[in-house]
Design a protein around this ligand. Structure first.
Ligand SMILES: Nc1ncnc2c1ncn2[C@@H]1O[C@H](COP(=O)(O)OP(=O)(O)OP(=O)(O)O)[C@@H](O)[C@H]1O
Ligand SMILES: [Mg+2]
Length: 162
């Protein structure tokens, strides 16, 4: 079945679980299997967490947008947030991480590399740097991003249901 869903939330941690649940029911209603629903909900959760963590802070109007689209055997997840100066500084890291993941034949290798790094550096939980590699490996999704002319960041993950 095909269709799409859009949500807008305030950038608050409490909203993450709700978005995950609503995404799961939407995807289930489109006939996706349990495994796909589970991993896509994880993908949505990781992207929304990033938008809350790195997007524009302290602005009531700085909503996070979530869009899910199921069509042609593909599921596209898009999460948008406003970018301020702090968020801007993070974009280089976002870009680097996505390019770095693409450099691996198999995203599992990227995942293993990052796990080793986390163990070695005992990084703080807040910035363990695992979200995007989880999306690529566990979520089997292709990541991309762009910044539009009105300073809105759009991060996408596309999963082929085959
Ligand atoms: N929406 C975003 N806006 C700006 N920068 C981002 C955004 N999402 C991710 N980034 C940048 O990309 C980096 C990697 O993101 P990723 O989700 O992989 O790791 P993390 O959020 O640091 O850690 P974890 O997800 O394991 O808690 C982030 O540390 C941040 O610098
Ligand atoms: Mg993250």
């Amino acid at each position: 079945m095909e269709g799409s869903m859009k949500l807008e939330i305030k950038p608050l941690w409490d909203e993450v679980e709700r978005v995950r649940e609503e995404s799961a029911s939407f995807l289930t209603s489109k006939g996706l299997e349990k495994d796909a629903v589970f991993s896509l909900s994880m993908v949505v959760g990781e992207l929304v967490e990033n938008s809350i963590k790195y997007g524009k802070q302290g602005d009531e109007k700085a909503l996070v947008g979530i869009s899910l689209d199921v069509s042609g055997g593909l599921v596209t997840v898009e999460v948008t947030n406003l970018v301020d100066d702090t968020a801007y500084a993070h974009l280089a890291r976002l870009d680097r991480t996505i390019q770095w993941i693409r450099g691996f034949q198999d995203p599992f290798e990227a995942y293993v590399e990052r796990m080793k790094e986390v163990a070695r550096r005992q990084m703080e939980d807040k910035e363990s740097g695992l979200g995007l590699v989880r999306i690529a490996y566990e979520g089997r999704a292709i990541l991309d991003f762009f910044l539009d002319e009105s300073e809105i960041l759009n991060v996408s993950a596309v999963l082929n249901l085959e």
